[in-house]
Design a protein around this ligand. Sequence first.
Ligand SMILES: Nc1ncnc2c1ncn2[C@@H]1O[C@H](COP(=O)(O)OP(=O)(O)OP(=O)(O)O)[C@@H](O)[C@H]1O
Ligand SMILES: [Mg+2]
Length: 336
Amino acid sequence: MEREARDGGRLTPPEMLGDSAAWRDVLRSLARVAESGLPVLVLGETGTGKELVARAMHTLSPRRLAGYVAHNCGATPDSLIESELFGHSRGAFTGAVADRPGLFEAAHQGTLFLDEIGDASPLLQMKLLRVLQEGEARRVGEIKLRRLDVRVVSATHRSLAEGVERGGFRTDLYYRLNAVRLRLPPLRERGDDALLLAAAFLRRAAADCGSPPPALDPELAAHLMRYPWPGNVRELSNACAYAVKVAGARDVVALEHWPEVLLLPGTPAERGLHAETRALEQRRLREALDLSHGNKSQAARSLGLSRQGLLKKLRRHGLGVPEAAAPTLDGPAAAQ
Ligand SMILES: Nc1ncnc2c1ncn2[C@@H]1O[C@H](COP(=O)(O)OP(=O)(O)OP(=O)(O)O)[C@@H](O)[C@H]1O
Ligand SMILES: [Mg+2]
């Protein structure tokens, strides 16, 4: 379960960088939609900022003083869904040692972010539909109905419309979640934003190491503008963190510091295939790490890789901190 703490101290929207026309459109719609209180479905490729936007939707809305709760819809087994969503009373089942509110109660008068809604099981879909229709529910083991006033923001990187067509996703729930749709553009359609974001991420990563902000070598800048960014802003942010480590104390970050797999050779068509393969590999790596809660040996086993093999792939994707690469680095930062 993912559960955000009440919003104390987090009433300012998260930093959402970007100055392209496409991104400014998003920010304009975001401000308007946040006010409206309508259910919103946020769509976009992986790493485009869906979670960030969901949080901003809350902090820009009249509900900002109440709770913001995030839940990953693929994460809870069916047997726990009811108690997860609606809570339980002490003794309602074995292991229910205390009264506990559910996600909806925690988000009462606030916002519930349903992440990866496309992964919701039929049971979860049914429970969600009912509580959204009725605006009330009871904790497991209680008779009392509680009123629940919750604004739902959901997100998915897959096509829900396709899910509806194939029959895996309920049409009635689809229409309920989908009063407003906000589509986040992929980074490759955001003009110069890749450069603006790269500068910010390099500055941040350098500051974390106590270094001044490095400059971006023109060749690398040109590459950032050509690259298709299958992992979008997350991929760029990871790559910048990696490059700052590799560049050490140098004041310019250049192609030679950039993660190898993000430098694609070949024709545009080959690059397209490369990019797809890489995006798939990256997704599988992230899923395996999520499932193993970051345990690399377990993740490696689930992928049929050796631990070394996994570490190598993680480094090549600029995922995770490249500690194991440190001995091969030069410059003062590597010696720390
Ligand atoms: N406009 C932005 N400005 C600054 N940081 C951003 C921006 N967009 C995304 N990020 C950062 O990029 C990372 C990925 O964003 P986020 O988790 O919101 O993506 P997502 O669309 O939910 O991805 P996924 O589908 O994989 O869950 C986060 O670390 C986020 O803070
Ligand atoms: Mg997300």
